[in-house]
Design a protein around this ligand. Sequence first.
Ligand SMILES: NC(=O)c1ccc[n+]([C@@H]2O[C@H](COP(=O)([O-])OP(=O)(O)OC[C@H]3O[C@@H](n4cnc5c(N)ncnc54)[C@H](OP(=O)(O)O)[C@@H]3O)[C@@H](O)[C@H]2O)c1
Length: 342
Amino acid sequence: MENRNRQVLLKRRPTGAPTPDDFTIADAPLPEPAEGEVLVRGMYLSLDPYMRGRISGQRSYARPVEVAAVMEGRVVGEVARSRDPAFREGDFVLGGYGWQLYSAVPGQGLLKLDPAEAPLSTALGVLGMPGLTAYVGLAEIGKPQPGETVVVSAASGAVGAVAGQLAKRAGARVVGIAGGADKCRWVEAELGFDAGIDHRSADLGPALDHACPKGIDVYWENVGGAVQQAVFPRLNDFGRMIMCGMVAEYNDVEPRPGPNLMSAVRKRLKIQGFIVSDQWQRFAEYRAMAAPLLKGGELRYREDIVEGLDRAPEAFIGLLQGRNFGKLVVKLADDQTRGARS
Ligand SMILES: NC(=O)c1ccc[n+]([C@@H]2O[C@H](COP(=O)([O-])OP(=O)(O)OC[C@H]3O[C@@H](n4cnc5c(N)ncnc54)[C@H](OP(=O)(O)O)[C@@H]3O)[C@@H](O)[C@H]2O)c1
């Protein structure tokens, strides 16, 4: 074990797109676990679009990261020392320890992970918060029916890939919108979507008309902006819009004008936002459903793994521009279980 901790701190609140200068990388003393706590050595750090909201300082559903504080984030790690009888050295756990190599955290609230069930890093993506997001958004808002058409934006990403696959399993026709030909090919060939549309090159409106000849019944909103403008007029009567996120607008300094909502009345649309943290009680249910599918190859996923904590700011900036391909994860330390499984 090293005797220093390494951390990424928020240096200042960004205006517009974040830059590397908005973050500081610093060394700190190794934290000491108190009674009831464990010292966790991070192995994988999750980078997620919601973090842009946390560093903006705007009023939201969660408290912002303070300037000079460690950036917030979920981590999969290994217990290095335990002062909680429920955990032993060498246990693998999931928790929120932030952008740092080590953390002393209460054992309560940590989820123990079994590397034989699935690769540990999947607890941050397909078997983690993004997977649960896809599951509850579809179950509670989208409710796709057999034969309906579901359009998913950011379709190759952590949430979109699961949402589209679950909609396929419900019997829907699924069209993914993604940035670039490689991502579109992947959602068709690997995830089994019926079509993939490149929002960067395609004339989105005609491409949607071609891919959705019966219109759109459910739209999984991940990006907002031009994609939303193209999808919204194509929603069918009684269409549902699952408002999960609008990542294309997170760096905006001023809010953009929204769509004209008259058609929501005329078409009897349902437009509903949700926040996954209101649904943590369904996490075990989701994992019990999804883990066997993952093991059997029926639920597929892709990770974009960046090596080393120091690269976290640059990778996070890229996430807000679509540079990631799959669930974005930072590898903090070697994972011996990965070699052992394959
Ligand atoms: N409501 C909730 O509780 C909840 C929970 C988790 C996530 N979310 C939201 O779900 C969405 C997806 O999150 P994720 O973790 O799965 O991320 P992700 O899709 O793995 O990565 C973000 C993706 O967004 C797309 N994107 C980024 N900037 C864009 C731009 N300017 N224009 C168009 N597309 C852009 C890119 O995909 P392309 O290259 O394909 O465009 C990028 O790969 C985000 O909006 C996030 O905030 C919400």
